[in-house]
Design a protein. Sequence first.
Length: 93
Amino acid sequence: MPFTPQIRFGALAPTLTALVEARQTRAALDVPPLVARWLVRVAEARGAHMSTRIEGNPMTEQQVREVFERPEHRVGRAEIENFNYRAAVRFAA
């Protein structure tokens, strides 16, 4: 006896609706590349600041942003810690 699949497409309707809504939401959130790069830089600096601050790093979030904006020459221990945190996050991503 040959196999005849019994597919109920009605059961897929909620899933398809959710996928369409997710796609529309994603399209609404698309940002220009320049804004996306800025958001990444801000998120990296904020994440590094929050994580290293817990461990006692004295740098402010603004100082971390400034350090990340210039070439990567490491002066102090606090700067090294922030550069290393950013490198680890980039490696994990």
